[in-house]
Design a protein around this ligand. Structure first.
Ligand code: VGL
Ligand code: ZN
Length: 225
């Protein structure tokens, strides 16, 4: 993809009116020792917290499943990480995680709440998963229902979103790809995210590029002078 197709490249001079930070699923269940642990998931927390003052609009998402959720392997008597054909697509089955109201589903203790413009809970529908902050996964009828986040960000004047958090190969990638589909420029902050499956990194990177997601590191983000 040539640079001329993109309005910006590193360093990113942030505009507090038109840039937003999306902090995806910083929750104990995705931390080492959690129900769906992401290796080094804890390493991203402090550097994400350090970035918050650069943004006016900060959205934190929270994976938020009812007990017996369709994405839980236990719901189907299946092994975790098996694939289930669902609504014309495939659903990965996960260990029970982020059960509504459980300690593992809380926002991470170290994430301050004051700077958060929006806390978006997703995946609450018993019959449908939602990796993305923008749209649920395929549901009945082969549709992906909106969460309303795209409209909310547009109403606030946001044009570009920076993404960080967990997990890079699922909720972060799906959110970034949908941000592009919704007409935003999407920039993944690579060093502030970690994958569930590090062994699939080449494939994840290929998909991100194909989806039109740009990539940066935290040091590429600078306050506009
Ligand atoms: C996630 C798998 C299942 C994520 C959430 O936050 O990336 N992954 N639920
Ligand atoms: Zn989940």
């Amino acid at each position: 993809m040539s640079d001329t197709q993109h309005p910006s490249s590193p360093p990113y001079a942030l505009d507090r009116d038109t840039d937003a930070l999306l902090v995806i699923d910083l929750q104990p269940d995705f931390m080492p020792g959690g129900a769906l642990a992401v290796a080094e998931g804890d390493a991203v927390v402090a550097p994400i917290v350090a970035l918050l003052p650069l943004f006016h609009t900060v959205v934190a998402t929270q994976d938020w499943h009812p007990q017996g959720h369709i994405s839980f392997a236990s719901t189907h008597g299946a092994a975790p990480y098996a694939q289930l054909p669902l609504y014309g697509g495939e659903q990965t089955l996960w260990p029970d995680h982020c059960v509504q109201g459980s300690p593992g589903a809380a926002l991470h203790d170290a994430l301050p709440r004051e700077p958060l413009s929006v806390i978006l809970r997703k995946g609450a529908h018993p019959e449908c998963d939602s990796y993305s902050a923008f749209r649920e996964n395929l549901g009945p009828g082969g549709q992906r229902r909106t969460t309303g986040l795209g409209a909310l960000l547009r109403a606030r004047g946001v044009r570009r979103v920076f993404l960080c958090g967990l997990a890079r190969d699922f909720c972060v990638r799906w959110s970034a790809a949908d941000a592009v589909s919704e007409g935003f420029e999407a920039v993944l902050i690579d060093d502030l995210t970690r994958p569930v499956f590090p062994q699939h990194q080449a494939e994840t990177d290929r998909l991100l590029a194909a989806e039109g997601v740009r990539r940066a590191t935290a040091r590429d983000l600078v306050a506009r002078p």
